[in-house]
Every structure is written in C-alpha cells, then in structure tokens.
Design a protein around this ligand. Structure first.
Ligand SMILES: [Zn+2]
Length: 192
C-alpha cells in the first residue's frame, strides 16, 4: 500500500530533472533537423509527434516506470533493447516504405537523448543510466538548469520553465533556421 508520505516522495522524485517542456522541444529539434523535405502535412504530423513521444517515454508515469522506477526507465541498455524491438517494425514492407530506417534511428536517438538532458541539472547528482549492470551516474551539470520544487506552483518553478523554454526554444529556432537554408533534399532517405 502506498502511503501519503511515499506518494509525496514519488511526486518529488518526478520533479528532479528536465521538464516535459525541455524534452519535447529537444524532440522537435531533432525532428526538424532530420526529417526529409517534401512529405505531406499528415506524414509530418504522424511521424513528427513520435519525436515528442519518444523524447518523454522515460518519464511516463506508468507502474514500474517513470521517475518512480528511475533506474529502469532511464537505463540506456533497456532503451536500446526496446528500440531494437521497435526496429522490427521495419520488417513490415509498408512501414519500411512509409517511415523508413532513418526515422526509426532518430526516434531511438531522441529516446536516448532524454537521459543526456536529465544529466544536465545543477544538483550534480546526475542519473544512473547503466541499470542493471552498474550504478554509475552520468553527470553533466549546467549551472543555469535548476530542478523544480514541490509544490509546483511557485516563482522558482516559473523561472525553471522560462529558462527551459528559452534555452531549448532557441535551439529549436536554430534547427528551423538550419533546415530552412537547406535545399529541398531528401534528408531521411525514405522516399521522394
Ligand atoms: Zn527523465
């Protein structure tokens, strides 16, 4: 049975790393940089939203997952295994033709990138990403990235969201600018 104290600790644990804002904007940035040009709007919506999905998968609040089972959901080994299973979809000719291997590769990179972003926080504790083989932590603290506090609605958290939106928004804008300067080439190699 989950006590209110445990619930409180679980809620706090969810606040110790990058927010959904930072992860989603980074997923979009990778999509902007890597998706081929010349596809339909529906294709971009369908394929593109999975970049946001995979950017946030490790934090999904599911039983035995998310920040409640941090070492499992943020393990690069488990992520690699799940991404490999996802790649089996490419065996289906229609999926291979419509989506393609490069898109699946960048979905996987976006998924793995989540762990790198979570390691950027200035608490300096990093995150354990090597479960089940090691409890070593990836620690890449950036001074201006602070973690959220509990309860959520306060001035500190507003600043955290603003900084994340600003930093990752600028990165996304840069990716859009880079993409706009490219010729209408097929970056993904998944068809015309
Ligand atoms: Zn996370």
């Amino acid at each position: 049975m989950v006590t209110s104290q445990n619930k409180y600790l679980a809620q706090r644990a969810r606040l110790t790393t990058v927010t959904t804002v930072g992860h989603s904007l980074t997923g979009l940035s990778i999509a902007v940089l890597t998706l081929p040009k010349g596809r339909s709007l529906m294709w971009y919506l369908l394929v593109g939203h999975f970049f946001i999905f995979f950017a946030n998968v490790p934090d999904f609040p599911l039983p035995g997952w998310g920040h409640a089972s941090y070492e499992v959901s943020h393990s690069v080994f488990l992520t690699g295994l799940l991404a490999s299973i996802m790649a089996l979809l490419l065996l289906h000719p229609k999926f291979h033709e419509q989506v393609g291997a490069k898109v699946v590769l960048f979905w996987s990179i976006t998924w793995l990138g989540h762990m790198v972003l979570d390691a950027l926080y200035n608490h300096g504790q990093g995150i354990g990403i090597f479960w089940p083989f090691s409890d070593a932590h990836l620690i890449l603290p950036v001074p201006w990235f602070e973690t959220l506090t509990w309860p959520p609605f306060n001035e500190h958290n507003r600043r955290v969201f603003l900084i994340e939106t600003g930093v990752y928004g600028i990165i996304l804008a840069g990716c859009v600018w880079i993409r706009s300067r490219r010729k209408s080439e097929n970056l993904g190699g998944v068809g015309p």
